[in-house]
Design a protein around this ligand. Sequence first.
Ligand SMILES: Nc1nc2c(ncn2[C@@H]2O[C@H](COP(=O)(O)OP(=O)(O)OP(=O)(O)O)[C@@H](O)[C@H]2O)c(=O)[nH]1
Length: 320
Amino acid sequence: MKQPIALTVLGGFLGAGKTTVLNYLLQAPHGLRLMVLVNDFGAVNVDATLIESVSGDGVVSLRNGCVCCSMGGELMNALMAIEKRGDCLDGLVIEGSGVSDPRKIAQIGALGQGFALQSVITVVDAASVLSQREDRYVGDMVKRQIVGAHVILLNKTDLVDTAHGAEVLSWLHDMAPGVPVFAGSRGRYDWEVLLAPPVQTSEAPTSRMSSSWTMGRPNGSEHFESSPVFQSYCFENAGAFDEQRLRDIFAGLHESVLRAKGIVHVGPDKRICVLHYVRGHVLTLDVSNQRYAGSSLIFVGTPDFAQAPLAEALELALLK
Ligand SMILES: Nc1nc2c(ncn2[C@@H]2O[C@H](COP(=O)(O)OP(=O)(O)OP(=O)(O)O)[C@@H](O)[C@H]2O)c(=O)[nH]1
């Protein structure tokens, strides 16, 4: 009889480092045939482009929403299609969007007959999580992702001092008692930790939810994902940006913008760059050897995110 495909769900808030973890895992010397399914919150699936080491049809991308709620049906269809392909896969890793509940993704995944849940791994941004937990829009989802984890990766520890790191660790242990936390940076975690043996269903994080999950639920709503808390805006243009004007936009971005990423052409020589912006962190604009037509940028923000002025500023930042 065919073995079920081991399913690992990678969650964590916007910009925490999920794709970085995934890229490191895919390059690790485990010799396993892994397929990845990525879901971005927005019309353009940038993550699928940024997954470096799986080519061809090894990456399945779902776009335009949050995979665990509105995309539930689409996720099921994607899982059925993967199952039908009959590839000899050792595992499937689903990278949820930064605003999805990884536990819900795991529940949907477990409905597929051909899959067996291995674990839910949540990546936490050591530099941002303490402010995120207080945020009226963001705090709910960040905590939900933490309490839903079997394993927590405390990433970006390079950006914090020891005292801050200790405070984060202590809070994580309070939020998710008994859940192993691995601290590190740049997504460099042992693949054996990430692809650990299956979790015991009786110890699934769901059982912890009721006791630890009572705080910060916006408007008392039962399901975070049914409230339209986050908005995304996608800017696509065939042209190239003036680098300084682009940097100026990001330097002055309103705090309602939580995350931006994309592939942009920059300068008269149309250098192709990967852009990352995470609220509270500096912008990175790294030259890439990817081939990409034009510029695509996706922004995710809170309800007060004003898209029109941003669209206007981006237009003005293009080279004529
Ligand atoms: N300083 C630092 N930067 C990091 C680390 N890990 C990831 N980054 C950077 O943080 C940014 C976001 O990383 P991603 O891996 O794209 O984050 P993500 O969770 O996949 O983001 P979304 O899919 O948009 O939610 C990128 O610029 C990464 O290079 C880290 O440990 N330290």
